[in-house]
Design a protein around this ligand. Structure first.
Ligand code: TYD
Length: 208
């Protein structure tokens, strides 16, 4: 049985770390997995990622930004996500459509429905089966990033705290709107606890 799981949340919420830990665990159990991320995931999409996240691109218009994320998403779906789902794999994707709805739709002020409708052209209405929201106060997330010298700082990390607070509120709004696929995970706890909660959510969805 295929399953499409997206990992969402603000900066420093730990979702990428948890994704890798979960993948190792599920692989041991014999599941066929594909790990991927947005923006990026394929060579063309990674090239688009470099343009979007380049710190030098301070002049990027919000709609340009939204269109580039959608372009990268389209290529990622065609080359990687759709084929994997067809093969019955579990796809674990670090960010997907909801990041566009939260960051471009709400934090950049383009509107959730506007960004959603624009994305339909790219996604042909593909949604994740399950979206794990790693919920964390932005103050704590940004502190974690500052402490982690290995993590590259990108153009969106450099936004003000109020921007990241909007992103968090937006994800809560999306969790209410798409309650059938959202599971909210309190990401302020230890890695072990957060991983266990995410694991349980995936296993419950697989058992349905
Ligand atoms: P990345 O380095 O992958 O950060 P993170 O570890 O936080 O996932 O950078 C991705 C950035 O792009 C992140 O700031 C969120 C942003 N983003 C959007 O604004 N819209 C989108 O559609 C996606 C997929 C990401």
């Amino acid at each position: 049985m295929s399953l499409f799981v997206s990992f969402e949340g603000g900066e420093g919420c730990g979702k990428s770390t948890i994704l890798k830990l979960l993948a190792a665990k599920l692989e041991k159990e014999g599941y066929g997995l594909v790990l991927t991320r947005e923006p990026g995931g394929t060579p063309i999409a990674e090239q688009i990622r470099n343009v979007i996240l380049d710190k030098a691109n301070t002049k990027m218009d919000p709609r340009t930004e939204a269109l580039l994320y959608a372009a990268s998403r389209r290529q990622h779906l065609v080359e990687k996500i759709w084929p994997a789902l067809k093969e019955g794999k579990i796809v674990l994707c670090d960010r997907f459509l909801d990041s566009s709805l939260a960051y471009q739709g709400v934090a950049r002020g383009l509107g959730i429905d506007e960004v959603l409708n624009m994305n339909y052209f790219a996604t042909e209405k593909t949604f994740p089966d399950l979206t794990l929201l790693f919920d964390l106060q932005p103050e704590i997330g940004l502190e974690r990033i500052a402490e982690n010298a290995n993590r590259e700082v990108n153009r969106l990390d450099l936004e003000k705290l109020s921007f990241h607070a909007k992103v968090r509120d937006a994800f809560h709004e999306l969790a209410r709107r798409f309650a059938n696929r959202y599971v909210i995970i309190d990401a302020s706890r230890s890695i072990e606890e957060v991983e266990a909660a995410a694991y349980q959510a995936i296993k419950e969805r697989l058992a349905r």
